[in-house]
Ligand binder design. Structure first.
Ligand SMILES: [Mg+2]
Length: 353
């Protein structure tokens, strides 16, 4: 069963609320769709969104990689060589992890459709999922108000963005802690906004006042692995690597040197599900639990990430709220408060295309 055609398209999706982190403020996203057609007419779809400040990919570069080297690597190839095709996508060019993720997702979609099962079933499990809700970085009062609103709506996990104007971070945590119940733990994400010493000082202070922090994501610059290790070694709170880990090789290095306690896997960084599975397996062998996260992406690619997370026993934290920030109605994923459900139909969306 041969791959007969591969096509791409692009759309803009506005956010209903600006998304603020230490790295950027987003008011809209672009999503690039790739569709892989088999000779029998069956089609599989993948998507990717660019994040200049993290992956370095743009809409134009994603589309160019998909229509250039990636297409060349898998066009006219037999889908029965599924694993080899996934590897061919990874080897088709250097970098371009978002474009590779889109193609990898589309291949997983069409292959699970061809098998006649939902993607999570192809991957082998279905654990129930509930997402955290992100509180964008802002002044302490505004963040406390947002946190209160989402807890009122039933969310039991909040992800608090910090690291922009770090001198406000303690006040942010104190303001949020004041309005939400103590049993709700906070996950912090500094998005590389702290220096190693600043991170240790802030986290030790949070520990001293029992601020109820579950873990802290990416305290320092992505490439400052020594700084990351300094933080991990000098605080009790678990430290999660996000921007420091793209590939399985990155994960291997972080795990082997114990640079962090936890890993945040995102398909746009890993280049898709194939590498995400390797990272999750590698981490499991070394007793390092993982979170599934996403960039600001469409519900379709976040849905693909949710299929992967539902199927892997070492993915135990879920950060899948990006689609709730978009004006486009979610597809693939259904949200009931923090509960996330997936379609039980074939492939990723369960809908014919
Ligand atoms: Mg993060």
């Amino acid at each position: 069963m041969f791959i007969e055609d591969i096509r791409t398209s692009r759309r803009k999706i506005p956010l209903h609320t600006p998304f603020k982190t230490a790295l950027r403020t987003a008011t809209y996203i672009e999503s690039i769709t790739v569709t892989i057609y088999l000779e029998n007419g069956l089609a599989g779809r993948g998507e990717a969104a660019p994040t200049w400040v993290i992956t370095g990919d743009s809409s134009e570069s994603i589309q160019a990689a998909l229509e250039g080297p990636i297409k060349q690597a898998i066009l006219q190839q037999d889908i029965r060589h599924f694993q080899s095709l996934l590897v061919a996508i990874q080897n088709s060019c250097i970098g371009n992890t978002s474009a590779k993720a889109a193609a990898d997702i589309a291949l997983h979609d069409v292959y699970s459709r061809w098998m006649g099962v939902p993607l999570y079933q192809l991957l082998g499990d279905y654990q129930s999922l509930k997402t955290s809700m992100t509180i964008g970085v802002d002044d302490p009062k505004k963040m406390a108000k947002d946190a209160d609103k989402w807890v009122e709506k039933g969310y039991t996990s909040l992800k608090i963005k910090v690291g922009a104007k770090p001198e406000l971070d303690m006040d942010r945590i104190l303001a949020i802690r004041e309005v939400i119940p103590s049993e709700i733990l906070l996950r912090l994400d500094a998005n590389q906004g702290w220096t190693p010493k600043q991170a240790v000082q802030l986290i030790q202070e949070m520990e001293r006042i029992n601020a109820g922090i579950e873990f802290i994501e990416q305290p320092v610059k992505a490439n400052d692995l020594e700084g990351l290790k300094f933080v991990t070694d000098n605080v009790k709170t678990p430290i999660m690597a996000d921007e420091s880990i793209f590939s399985p090789q990155d994960a291997f290095k972080i795990i082997q040197g114990h640079y962090a306690d936890l890993i945040n896997i995102k398909l746009m960084k890993s280049g898709g599900i194939y590498n995400a599975l390797i990272i999750a397996d590698l981490a499991m062998v070394n007793q390092v639990p993982c979170m599934i996260g996403s960039m600001m992406e469409s519900s379709y690619s976040v849905g693909a990430a949710a299929h992967f997370a539902a199927a892997h026993p070492n993915v135990i934290y879920y950060d899948l709220d990006a689609p709730l920030w978009l004006t486009e109605k979610p597809e693939v994923i259904e949200y009931q408060g923090e509960k996330v459900s997936l379609s039980t139909g074939e492939g990723i969306s369960g809908v014919d295309k």
